[in-house]
Each structure stands twice: as structure tokens, then as C-alpha cells.
Write a protein that binds this ligand. Sequence first.
Ligand code: GLY
Ligand code: MN
Ligand code: MN
Length: 435
Amino acid sequence: MNAVFLHNQNRLLAQLPENSAVLVFSGREQYRNRDVDYPFRVNSDFYWLSGFEEPEATLVLVKRDEGTYNRHIFVRPKDRHAEIWTGYRLGVDAAAEVLGVDGAFSSEERAAKLPELIKGVHQVFVSFSEADYWWPVLIPVWQGLKRHIRDGVDAPQGLQDLDGVLHELRLIKQDWEVARLRQAAAITVQGHLAAMAALAAGAPTERAVQTALECAFFQAGAERTAFNSIVASGANACVLHYTENRASIDPHGLVLIDAGAEKDYYAGDITTTLPARGRFTPQQKALYELVLQAQQAAKAQIKPGQPYDAHHRAAVQALTEGLVELGLLRGEVSNLIEQKAYERFFMHKTGHWLGLDVHDVGRYRVDGRWRTLVPGMVLTVEPGLYIAADDQQVAPQWRGIGIRIEDDLLVTETGHEVLTEGLPRTVAEIEAAMA
Ligand code: GLY
Ligand code: MN
Ligand code: MN
């Protein structure tokens, strides 16, 4: 096994009390419709701890005391018939050596072997986000152990949430993770450049733009998209997670493209908003420049020592001031912010953690306060403005415009690094690039 995953296991176990067990499940193939499965992508926690990519695997880590860690894994058994139909399996015999664990068993033996492996531990850690999965697995384990109480066997006294400990570790990216995020970001930039070229060449539909974008992702080495790509022409951009992508491109509108490549399991996440045929109208330009200005104000807040919400507050301030200047909001800026009047046009937060998951793990608030940024955190900065097509309170020329501008940032010792450089971002740069 790659040493980085063993290192992750050790870092996790070091945080846990003695006599603890950790159980992590890799996930299950999901049925889509008659004989068709969704493409399988392993659970991110499981990947971070093992590097193993197959479904139906369970990693069992036990910490007896500070010096004694035991590692076992359950994997799908070799099956000649199944492998002819659906592909290679590592199998039980190879698993211990390849995955660097003390022992491996068939996933079919899990119910029988699990009590033996965790016998004597006091606390069992599983992800409470997956409680519905773990509950039916664990009840018979407890019952089995309690049946042997007269033989001197102790059942665990506590079931604990793994997320709190594990996700705090995942939040701060190590150098090899940053390298992968950098690659995901670079590939994502390539995809967005291809999408822009497709639009400039007259792509007729959202789907045609999506195809150009994702083709560039895969050509540049992405394994998959990090999430369902959003290509939203005109007022479709006001649907925040629009993924139908089946409308024609409105030649007079903007096109909002929110898409990211996944490379070696790490996510990119970029939004570009472009004029369909290369030139902004005055209203589109005014709103675009306002969102870009808000993004710059937000980015300036990304540095060690800042509270997590500082960048959102900066974006809200810039957007509200701009909306008042454009006459889209009326009133005193501070009152409008207090009343959250901007939420009519900007209804989401300015970003999220980014990593193995596009909306990555890690708490945003700690002990009731926004947490402080530290080097190694990676987050998106993505303010937007969305004016509904049926908003009767604004003049018609503003309606149906949706804009978001999104980049991925690494918090560094001295401030931040934008991982997603290389796209035209100002109105002049975009119009020149699309001409
Ligand atoms: N692509 C989803 C997001 O930007 O949060
Ligand atoms: Mn995002
Ligand atoms: Mn996004």
C-alpha cells in the first residue's frame, strides 16, 4: 500500500482513545434501472484511509494501546464468473500484502468475523452520516459479544461518531493532496477553456458545451467529473444546481458553466459565466463586473488567522453596495445587509471546503464561532447574482441574468494561492478571448 494511506491511518488512530475500533465501508454499487448500475466511486473516507477502490470492502482499525494497532480488511472474494462480467477483483489472498494490513477476509464473512476483531474494545467509531448503514451491521455484533459475557468478553460501551475526528484531519491538506488538487484544478481550467471555445464557435445547445468541456477533462486525464456539470443558458442560470443541460443556447444571454474534474479522487470546482456569443450587453457587463469585484473582495479575506465567514461578509458588502448603485436595491447599505435584502439576488454562501469531496468535510464553526483559516485548507470562493426571469420589481432588461464566478484557493502561510488560474476573467479578457 502507498505509504500515505498508512500514514493517514496512524494519524487517525493517534487521535483516538486506547481500546478503540474504527469501521469504514467503501460503499456499494447502486442500482439505476434494469440491469444498469451507477458508475461506482468509492467513499472518500475509505479512500483516504486505504487507497483501495473496490465496493463492498470494510476497513477495521483497532487501537489497543499507543503502541499496538491492528488493521484488517474485508474485500470481495475472487469470483471467476463475476470477474468475467464486471471486472477484476483484488481478492482476499492478495489483499493483506497489497493493502498493508495484518489480515484480510471475504466480505461475505464480515458478520461472522467482526465480533472477533473488535472484541475487548471500549469504543467503536463509525461515521454517523452513515448511521442507517451501520446500525443493522452493528446490532448483531453487540448481541453476539454480549452472549459471551460469561466467558469474560466485554461488549463495547460506546458508539462514537468518526466524522468529527477523521474530517478534521481531512480538512487540512497534506502536500500530496495539494498536488492532486492542483492537477484537478489545472484540468478543470482546460475544460472551461474548451467550453468557452465551443461557445465562441457557436455551440447550439447546453449539451454541446457540456460535451466539449467534459471531453477536455477526460483528454487531460480526469477519471470523472467531480459533480454533475452545470451548463445553464440565460435564465436557467438562476437555478443554482441546474443540471438538465438540454436547452438551446440563447445567443443574447449569458451561459453559466459550473463544472469540475476529478483527478486521482480530488475535485476541481470552477464557475465561469460567459456571453453566449462573445459580447456582454450593458446590463450583463454591469452585473458581471460587480460579481467579479465581490469575488476579489472575498479572495482578499482568504489568509491565515481570518474567520471563515470573513470572505462571505466581504462579498455581501460589495454586492449590496453595487446593487444599490445599480438601483436594484434601495436603501441604506448597512440596513440592507442587516435585513439580508441581498438574498433576493444572492441566496447561497460564498464557498465551501474542497478536497476528495466537492463539498468537502470539516466543520465551518467550532464552539459556536466561525473557525479560523489555517494553511493547508482549500476552499472555493464563488459569489453570484441571480435575477429571476419573473422579477417584476426590476426593469425588464435585468431579468433572467444569472452570474457566478468561482475559483479554488489554498490557504498558505502568507495568504492564499489561487489553484485555478489561467482563465480569462475580466470583461475585456473574455471578449478578447472569445473574439
Ligand atoms: N458545483 C457546486 C458548487 O459550486 O458548490
Ligand atoms: Mn463550489
Ligand atoms: Mn461549483
